[in-house]
Design a protein around this ligand. Structure first.
Ligand SMILES: [Zn+2]
Length: 609
């Protein structure tokens, strides 16, 4: 037996076998079952979605010897002849090859004669938009007054080209492109019936490549079967289609998410071994980013084109929405680079590195920055070269300031407060230079702002909180002098961590009498409190005051500012100042202009060292 291509072998012969197009099927079935028949039907849609297949089934429904029905018997003479394509009253015309008016006249001359065998004479005109104007005019006359025994079934990929006079006389059905999911499921069922082995991922790749056309998909499966020697395997299909494996794209994006340049370079090395088409890989990267962006904003609407929903959702959780947008924007612009570059691989590598280093969360490896900073501090500080170096560092550091959107963890609270109040230097210049001296990863600009804010917030307390030493050495805060204000300064100096620290951070000092300190813990934080924390809290305070202290904590509304509230306020004010600083920076403005970007203000945050 000769091999019959799958697209023909598995062409549906009745409505129940048609994949998808439920909206069209429903109206056709209703019309047939109720015998509300029109004399002209127009099926539109891209190639391979089932236009002529549906028209043939409709012809069968109209001519079945058992009667007009949406479920033809498929046994009678008419049914079998239509299935085999030799029914005398079904006239199939390919308008693309018969565009002349004579052809149409000849065809229509016979319209008036009754069908010789069937109930209706059915004219199936494929690619009807290809007919000439004269042909349309000839056709129009018949369409205006069609004999009752004639049905016209038109199919076209381009309904726009049909004269409105023809369109208005047809019942129009728009066939949709088939979803990759539907195609891959259908291919799976066909291959199962064919008893051929296949890998699901391969079917998704084919479904995506077929872009909505079932006929194309089945043709690709035919090709894959011969390419992979009797089965449909992912590797073979990827090779045959010349597409980058989706896996590579996920890996690249995961590398970006982990901000690992070495991972990305390694992946590109792997890709390079497979004689790749980089612009294809870039396109896949872009379309995946698009799907990730949708999954982030509306997970329900996420597109499952490759049956890879879990991977897309994973990426959506790994990469921030801003980064997705940034990568996409840069990727689109980067296509040009690939085209212009003599070394496509280099351009591709540069593009990915660019995406990475420009993304807000990227932190340059410390050793490199230290090198630069050490240079600038050992050479003459006042030289203009050093100044520009500093300025450059400042800009790149600012671009990279990682976003800290989430609330600080309870454990971190105390540390943070120490940081907040212990870093209020009096001399901004001194701070800046000392920063570059001992730690390259520090952010001079952010610190300058910090210092500013600190000074404005508590000008008279700055000097005191400079020294996070014990009370014994400063003699500043004693048990007697403890007040709601001094409590805010004392808190960061306590040696306490974890939930106990969190409880104290949210506590407002009430009073101290005979070595018992009374606090009020704000209602909102009461859930974390338990009596078991009291010994730890007492111990921290006892060691600070160098005297045995006991603690009582009452849960109520905090009346005074708590250390946590102070921290929050300082942070907000700092943020406002940073945003202002950032917005007024010439280089930032230049960047925004160049990449048609907007500033994601909520992601601007001081660097956490
Ligand atoms: Zn029949």
């Amino acid at each position: 037996m000769s091999y019959q291509v799958l697209a023909r072998k598995w062409r549906p012969s009745n409505f129940s076998q048609v994949a998808g197009q439920a909206h069209v099927l429903k109206s056709l079935i209703n019309a047939l079952d109720n015998e509300r028949l029109h004399h002209a039907y127009l099926f539109t849609g891209t190639r391979g979605v089932g236009k002529t297949t549906l028209a043939r089934i409709l012809a069968k429904c109209l001519n079945c010897e058992e009667g007009i029905s949406s479920v033809p018997c498929e046994k009678c003479g008419s049914c079998t002849e239509i299935t085999e394509g030799r029914f005398i009253d079904l006239l199939e015309i390919d308008a693309a090859s018969r565009t002349k008016v004579e052809d149409t006249r000849e065809l229509l001359d016979n319209v008036q004669y009754a069908p010789s065998r069937g109930r209706f004479k059915v004219y199936l005109i494929d690619e009807v938009h290809m007919l000439s104007n004269h042909s349309f005019n000839a056709l129009l006359k018949t369409l205006e007054e069609p004999p009752p025994h004639v049905k016209f079934l038109f199919a076209t990929t381009d309904p726009q080209k049909l004269p409105i006079t023809i369109l208005s006389r047809c019942l129009q059905f728009n066939l949709k492109n088939l979803s990759p999911q539907l195609i891959s499921e259908y291919l799976g069922s066909v291959l199962e019936k064919e008893k051929l082995e296949f890998e699901e991922e391969a079917l998704w790749q084919i479904a995506a490549a077929a872009s909505g056309s079932m006929r194309d998909a089945l043709t690709l499966v035919d090709q894959a079967i011969s390419y992979c020697e009797g089965q449909v395997a992912t590797d073979g299909v990827i090779e045959m289609l010349g597409v980058p494996p989706q896996k590579q794209v996920y890996e690249l994006l995961k590398g970006m998410a982990s901000r690992s340049v070495s991972t990305i370079l390694e992946l590109i090395r792997d890709i390079a071994e497979q004689t790749p088409d980089y612009s294809h890989t870039l396109d896949s990267l872009l379309s995946t980013l698009h799907r990730v962006a949708i999954a982030q904003i509306e997970p329900k609407a996420a597109d499952n084109s490759y049956g890879d929903m879990p991977q897309i959702l994973e990426l959506a959780s790994l990469i921030s929405a801003e980064d997705v947008q940034l990568y996409y924007q840069m990727g689109i612009k980067g296509r040009e680079d690939l085209r212009l570059s003599a070394e496509v691989r280099t351009a591709f590598e540069m593009l990915l590195i660019r995406m990475l280093v420009f993304s807000p969360g990227y932190v340059e490896p410390t050793n490199l920055v230290t090198g630069v900073s050490a240079d600038s501090s050992t050479t003459n500080e006042s030289s203009s070269a050093t100044e520009s170096e500093k300025k450059k560092n400042k800009l790149t550091e600012e671009i990279r300031s990682p976003q800290q959107l989430e609330e600080p963890e309870p454990e971190r609270m105390s540390e943070e407060l120490i940081e907040v109040s212990s870093e209020a230097p009096t001399d901004i210049e001194a701070e800046q230079s000392s920063d570059t001296e001992h730690d390259g990863a520090e952010v001079p600009s952010a610190r300058v702002v910090d210092a500013h804010r600190e000074k404005q917030l508590d000008p008279e307390e700055g000097s005191e909180s400079d020294k996070p030493a014990s009370a014994a050495s400063t003699g500043a805060i004693t048990l007697d002098s403890l007040s709601p204000e001094s409590w805010l300064r004392l808190y960061p100096q306590l040696e306490i961590t974890g939930i106990a620290a969190n409880v104290l951070a949210n506590s407002d000092f009430q009073r101290a009498d005979s070595n018992t300190i009374h606090f009020v813990l704000d209602h909102s934080q009461s859930a974390v409190f338990s009596d078991e924390l009291l010994p730890k809290i007492s111990q921290a305070l006892s060691s600070y005051f160098a005297v045995e202290v006991s603690v009582q904590i009452e849960i109520a509304d905090a009346k005074n500012e708590t250390p946590a509230m102070l921290s929050q306020r300082v942070k907000q004010e700092k943020h406002v100042a940073m945003v202002n600083d950032f917005e007024s920076d010439e280089n930032v403005q230049e960047l925004l202009k160049h990449f048609s970007g907007t500033l994601a203000k909520e992601t601007i945050a001081p660097n956490k060292d």
